[in-house]
Design a protein around this ligand. Structure first.
Ligand SMILES: Nc1ncnc2c1ncn2[C@@H]1O[C@H](COP(=O)(O)OP(=O)(O)OP(=O)(O)O)[C@@H](O)[C@H]1O
Ligand SMILES: [Mg+2]
Length: 463
């Protein structure tokens, strides 16, 4: 039984009992009757509380209807005492109506308040949903640059809980001083700077490139209460731009190099053939040795020319479906001997495999260049870790060493042809690898810390 029915039953029963007592108590006991009559106020007030104005009107009326006849039955005549009792029935109605009315108006007020709370909550949820649907970070701060509100994207990126923020703006920007200057300008001069580019530190200690828009946060009376920052993560975009720039540069250099190499190759061939003929005819031992040196140097130059041509035209030829796992294992076979000489151990882990369209010979050459570099970067021994995993539509292969590392300002240079820090190097290894990866429609990234090691990440598309 629900509460409404229970209330109704209680009120009905109490009225019945009181009326019953009235009808079965002799009329001479008028003082007891008086007590019973006052008992009627209990169901009347209760009814007004429970059923508001409706209850406050109906209940005293019902009581009046069932109570009045007993006045005639018992007392029979009209005198001032009887009249008094009739007037009390009117009193029942007045008390019922007033109580009912008060309860009703209180109820309406509560209802209105509830409605308003609901409307505000809906509006808040709606605004929250809008902010959370944006893939940019939106941050609002107070005048002291304490973060007051952040959307879901921001809370994910900076590890701030949406409900318990407690973080200063300064904790997320790397060059905060410059940003604070700009923010203060926006707040004071009411100028909107063009979008600013800077970098942030995320919750997992990663540095990301971001683009910012800063606006003053104004309240209803147009007073500035803080700032709103819209922040876009442009790290991937920057990487892509770098990749394209690098590829363009390499291809221009490649064209030039191939032209020069081609022109040199023929005279070199002629010099070598003539030198070999002279070497055969020559009797003088000393002169013979000199010619041998010439031939040796020509061979060395030819090697460089061949590599240059490889770099200029890596054009992949034999493309077929090939397992990445198999490819890496073949590289291990080739490089292990070389690694052992340098006391370097190579560890390869993979949990999955995928076959993709590739030129296995070219790609092997590209990967070997990376492994050789890693080994050469650890003259006193160390570890090379090769990891392979499938990442959505990409096969990601990571080569990590704990060698000398590369200074940050040289990171982009390593892909340039002829950039080398080695006595015996030609500086073509990574340039060639880059071209090969590019020909496979993949891309290459490099991360390095001086003294700690280098990480080369290759991504090849799975089709
Ligand atoms: N894993 C690495 N650790 C440290 N430095 C590296 C690493 N890989 C590349 N480098 C730097 O990048 C430069 C260019 O590398 P790249 O492979 O293109 O040429 P190289 O190794 O010098 O010569 P080669 O043509 O014989 O490969 C290297 O000389 C080295 O300074
Ligand atoms: Mg190399």
């Amino acid at each position: 039984m629900d509460q409404r029915k229970k209330d109704l039953l209680f009120i009905g029963i109490s009225i019945t009992i009181i009326t019953f007592l009235h009808y079965f108590t002799i009329s001479t006991k008028w003082d007891i009757h008086e007590f019973y009559r006052r008992l009627y106020y209990i169901p009347i007030i209760l009814s007004a509380f429970k059923f508001r104005l409706k209850g406050g009107i109906i209940t005293p009326m019902i009581i009046g209807i069932i109570y009045a006849p007993h006045l005639f039955i018992y007392f029979g005549k009209i005198d001032i005492a009887i009249l008094n009792q009739f007037l009390e029935i009117i009193m029942f109605i007045i008390v019922g109506v007033i109580t009912g009315f008060l309860v009703e108006s209180d109820f309406n007020k509560k209802k209105l308040l509830e409605l308003q709370i609901k409307r505000v909550t809906n509006l808040e949820n709606y605004t929250r949903n809008i902010l959370d649907s944006i893939t940019n970070v939106v941050i609002a701060t107070d005048n002291d640059f304490n973060i007051q509100s952040i959307n879901q994207e921001g809370s994910k990126l900076f590890g701030v809980s949406v409900n318990n923020i407690n973080k200063k703006l300064s904790s997320i920007f790397i060059e905060y001083q410059r940003i604070e200057e700009l923010i203060t300008n926006v707040m004071e001069n009411k100028t909107y700077p063009e979008s600013i580019e800077t970098s942030c530190r995320t919750s997992n200690d990663k540095v990301i490139d971001v683009k910012l828009l800063i606006y003053p946060l104004r309240n209803i009376v147009n007073k500035t209460e803080g700032i709103v920052i819209v922040l876009e993560d442009i790290t991937e975009l920057r990487k892509l731009e770098n990749q394209v720039r690098r590829a363009e540069k390499l291809s221009a250099v490649g064209e030039l190099a191939s032209g020069v190499a081609h022109e040199i190759r023929n005279p070199m061939g002629i010099i070598k053939t003539i030198s070999q003929t002279i070497h055969k005819e020559m009797k003088d031992q000393e002169m013979k040795e000199g010619i041998e040196i010439i031939i040796h140097e020509i061979d060395r130059a030819n090697k460089v020319i061949k590599e240059l041509l490889d770099f200029a035209k890596p054009s992949i030829q034999q493309v077929k479906l090939y397992s990445i796992d198999k490819l890496i294992k073949e590289i291990l076979l080739i490089t292990t001997k070389f690694a052992q000489q340098y006391h370097v151990d190579i560890k390869y882990t993979s949990i999955e495999d995928v076959k993709i369209l590739l030129d296995s010979e070219k790609l092997k050459q590209g990967f070997i260049n990376i492994v050789f570099n890693a080994i050469q970067a650890m003259p006193d021994g160390g570890h090379v870790n090769i990891n392979f995993r499938v990442k959505e539509k990409w096969a990601e292969i990571i080569f990590k060493d704990n060698g000398t590392g590369i200074p940050q300002d040289k990171l982009e240079k390593v892909f340039e042809p002829f950039y080398t820090t080695k006595k015996q190097g030609t500086g073509l290894g990574l340039a060639i690898t880059h071209r090969i990866i590019e020909e496979h429609k993949g891309y290459m990234e490099i991360e390095s810390q001086l003294g700690k090691g280098t990480k080369i990440i290759i991504n090849l598309p799975i089709r």
